[in-house]
Design a binder for this molecule. Structure first.
Ligand code: ADP
Length: 333
């Protein structure tokens, strides 16, 4: 194993990647691969916690892997959670070290159960989600977990579970993982820059990572710039979002356009033209990569099964040690 510090991050296979996911998370994961030993999980057990289509989940899992590899994740760093069932077993053990009161307080559970209320069904899985997440992280003894602020609460719970576990077994067995806060941009919807770009917001609010050129140009051209309610002297949310996209895509005319903005002579049409150009240039590379990967999809599937098996060895080792520590049977048949 490598002597680099270990990073763990997970993503649910719930739909195609959009530019918000890419600039806000995936791009950072790609960069972290240089410096750290990275394990990236496609967490299909987690995808079952909200109402979902049983016929589609497996396809969505493979589709997301194709998307991630096309945008720069290395296949050897990717694993599929259900190919490492030790996550679920450690999750059960952690259920017995997690306090109901604390888990009930998780904001994400409150938000998502509210969304499900209209269907009259909220699963125990949704409630238990952060405990499984603690297992995802601790099973690899990850040093760092790159997450957005919205996940800070879950990370705190992970540390509490690790702490209670250590205390109960009388040994500092789990190291307490730290969050790796990297400043990543928050991308807004071009159609409504007051809300974030999100799958759940609907199609017009999302630009896909493999979006065809004409649609990108159209979406940026019609992007909202001024809503008329921006306080004097402040940049409007729409213009801010275009600059955010421009910067995130490493466009070399970012500075020049920003100077024009400050000088008061920026033409929005120019800003839009440059933003569209930068995005098209980025996505065309991704589209090309995806084509090549799809031509060799069998090879990719083989690689991911191999990498999952390799990563599973780490999980098996931890689980075996944990079973020993908590007094469960630990026998290899
Ligand atoms: P969605 O909101 O489209 O369902 P997810 O919740 O599946 O996206 O998010 C997957 C990852 O992408 C998370 O790490 C999340 O923080 C990041 N992300 C999602 N939307 C955005 C956005 N608009 N800007 C920046 N990051 C985002």
């Amino acid at each position: 194993m490598s002597d680099k510090k270990r990073v763990l991050s997970c993503i649910q296979p719930t739909g195609n990647l959009h530019l918000g996911n890419y600039f806000g998370a995936v791009k950072n994961w790609v960069d972290l691969q240089e410096q750290y030993e990275c394990f990236y999980g496609i967490v299909d057990y987690h995808a079952m916690t909200m109402p979902y289509n049983t016929k589609k989940l497996r396809t969505q899992t493979w589709d997301l892997i194709v998307d991630l590899v096309s945008t720069g994740l290395k296949p050897e760093n990717i694993f599929i959670q259900s190919l490492v069932p030790e996550h679920a077993e450690l999750g059960w053990i952690f259920n017995c070290f997690a306090a109901v009161g604390r888990v009930s307080n998780m904001t994400q559970y409150k938000d998502k159960s509210q969304q499900n209320k209209k269907d009259g069904f909220i699963s125990v899985g949704l409630f238990d989600y952060p405990v499984l997440q603690a297992a995802d992280i601790l099973i690899y003894k990850a040093d760092f977990v790159p997450v957005g602020d919205d996940q800070d609460q879950h990370l705190e719970l992970t540390r509490e579970i690790a702490d209670r576990f250590n205390h109960s077994v009388g040994k500092e067995y789990f190291i307490l993982p730290q969050t790796l806060h990297t400043k990543t941009p928050r991308i807004k919807s071009p159609a409504d820059p007051t809300r974030k770009m999100s799958k759940s917001a609907g199609e017009k609010h999302v630009i896909g990572v493999f979006e065809e050129e004409a649609r990108i140009r159209k979406q940026i051209k019609s992007a909202v710039t001024d809503t008329g309610d921006t306080p004097e002297g402040e940049m409007s949310a729409g213009v801010g979002n275009l600059f955010e996209l421009l910067k995130a895509a490493n466009a070399n005319d970012y500075e020049q356009l920003m100077s024009s903005y400050h000088a008061g002579d920026l033409k929005y049409s120019e800003l839009k033209e440059s933003t569209a150009e930068a995005l098209v240039s980025l996505t065309s590379t991704f589209i090309e990569n995806k084509k090549n990967i799809l031509d060799n999809k069998k090879e990719l599937k083989y690689q991911i099964k191999q990498s999952s098996a390799e990563i599973r060895k780490v999980a098996q080792q931890t689980l075996s040690e944990v079973k020993e520590l908590v007094g469960l049977m630990n026998v290899k048949f």
